[in-house]
Design a binder for this molecule. Structure first.
Ligand code: FE2
Length: 237
């Protein structure tokens, strides 16, 4: 890649926020189904009930409900939309005219429950290019945000942008104001789907509420439906 003279903004961080229209009807069904799955998998693993639970990551194959298939289709449609926007200008110019036939592969899909101050520390996801988190259940904002310790951060997902690791010395002046905000908090909202690049560091902040914080997480890879999707070749020296 050769840069021309002029100003450039490099290395953006794409992120897609979507709202599932059928969430109000579907989510109560998911809560019941996940409660049953949690009981079954905890018994198989010999786990006592705890503040945090993560299911096996094979829900895509395990669940057969038609409503479930509708939700998975929605995840795939949103991925197509967000990933296409994220790669505008990066895919070959010919595909911008003719469109690119994409194959979206969900590599793993699981649910998580948290309460009693459980949290998920900073991490990234491997072996995939995109990840998503769909909120199934959490306390309503008027209750969630009044937690005596966590306040409005109760159960929030925090994303750390690439500049976060470069804030050495925390020097901030007008010259590097573009590095801010170093992190962004996305409040949990039932029916909300957040799609993010798998390399983006994030964490689920501590949560405590009347209702469990229940989310679906998944990883995905994106390919061209036909032919090769390797856009850049590398040759050993
Ligand atoms: Fe995660």
């Amino acid at each position: 890649m050769t840069l021309n003279a002029g100003f450039h903004t490099l290395w953006p961080t794409p992120l897609g926020l979507h709202r599932y229209p059928a969430a109000a009807a579907l989510n109560p069904l998911l809560v019941r189904m996940f409660g049953a799955l949690r009981a079954t998998q905890s018994a198989v693993r010999g786990e006592a009930p705890g503040a945090f639970f993560a299911s096996d990551d094979d829900l895509l194959q395990r669940v057969q409900l038609p409503e479930w298939q509708g939700l998975v289709r929605y995840f795939v449609e949103c991925l197509r939309d967000t990933v296409t926007q994220a790669n505008r200008g990066a895919w070959p110019a010919s595909t911008e005219r003719t469109g690119l036939s994409l194959q979206v592969a969900i590599e793993g899909l699981w649910f998580q429950c948290a309460n009693r101050n459980a949290f998920h520390d900073v991490h990234t996801h491997g072996n995939c290019s995109w990840s998503g988190v769909y909120c199934v259940q959490v306390d309503p904002p008027e209750r969630r945000c009044t937690h005596p310790t966590h306040g409005e951060l109760n159960g929030t997902t925090r994303f750390y942008g690439p500049p976060f690791a470069r804030l050495g010395g925390a020097h901030v002046d007008l010259g590097n104001a573009y590095l801010q905000p170093a992190h962004v908090d996305v409040a949990p909202l039932p029916g909300q789907l957040v799609l993010f690049p798998s390399w983006l560091a994030h964490q689920a902040l501590p949560y405590e509420g009347e209702l469990d914080r229940m989310v679906i997480s998944f990883n995905a890879s994106i390919h061209q439906a036909h032919g090769t999707d390797r856009l850049h070749g590398y040759r050993a020296a």
